[in-house]
Design a protein around this ligand. Sequence first.
Ligand SMILES: Nc1nc2c(ncn2[C@@H]2O[C@H](COP(=O)(O)OP(=O)(O)OP(=O)(O)O)[C@@H](O)[C@H]2O)c(=O)[nH]1
Ligand SMILES: [Mg+2]
Length: 300
Amino acid sequence: MKAGFVGLIGLPNSGKSTFMNLMIEEKVSIVTPRPQTTRRRVHGIWSSEESQVVFVDAPGLVTSKPGLFDFLAKEAKEVMAESDVLVAVLSLDLKSAEEAESIIELIAQAKKPWIAVINKTDLSAFSHRILILRTMLLKYNVPILTLSCDNKDLFLKEVRPQVLEVLQKLLPESPAPLYDPELYTTENIRDMVCEIVREKCFLNLKDEVPYTIAVRPIEFKEEAAPMPRINLEILVAKDNHKGILIGKSGQLLKKIGQESREEIQKIMGTKIFLGLHVSAREDWYKNNRIMKELGYHHEH
Ligand SMILES: Nc1nc2c(ncn2[C@@H]2O[C@H](COP(=O)(O)OP(=O)(O)OP(=O)(O)O)[C@@H](O)[C@H]2O)c(=O)[nH]1
Ligand SMILES: [Mg+2]
């Protein structure tokens, strides 16, 4: 059989997480309209009798800056190093052609089999860019798929089979699947729950506040009666962000809590108790201990 890791590499906001979720037909990676949503690599698994594709969703590539951004850049590069096949996720709403070119060059330099995905083709105002990107890719002689993640039904019916066919040709031979074919992710439930809350924070906030939000468990009792008991801490990096997140008479935090609970209940298949506690830790992303606790940490 064929099995391997397929790393999704691209600029922030190009649609990597949306693409992975659609490929495996499960929501594993959080998606928001903001760049730099994904912070850690997330595995999404697609299995059949003959093959297993382990998608590795990575943070968008950003120029290295200290702290959190430095972690994101390293994380994306590690994903490139560890993958068997790479997918360059390019989107039509990119800021400049140079940005796309630098991603393509970086991927080509990795000397691994790769394909290019040109995403967001539904944005018709940018249709002319399809040709620009195709021309840019010509010299690499790699498969190019133009697609949109906007129409789920069409994606599942037409796009997904094409992507899988192309990827299966590039995957290495393997004596057995890499993971239990029943699994669709290697993420654990705690991490998924924290990510859902971070997504709802991002979706409900404006300005720069959400970039510096992190969520971690305080209490996670799946066996509690009468229902699982989950208390989470939402870390903000500035004291004044706390009030913004909580909102007037707690309305915003309540809304974030309700939206999160609904989604968590769906994936856990049971009603839950969810408590959210906001605390300010000045510039937590510069604090190695907190970064490590949050899993934003590299061994080397
Ligand atoms: N119009 C349109 N929007 C899309 C498409 N694919 C993704 N999006 C939107 O683009 C935004 C970013 O999507 P994500 O999947 O979070 O992008 P990402 O590449 O994972 O971003 P980072 O995690 O920040 O690197 C979201 O608002 C998506 O709904 C598409 O094909 N068309
Ligand atoms: Mg993402």
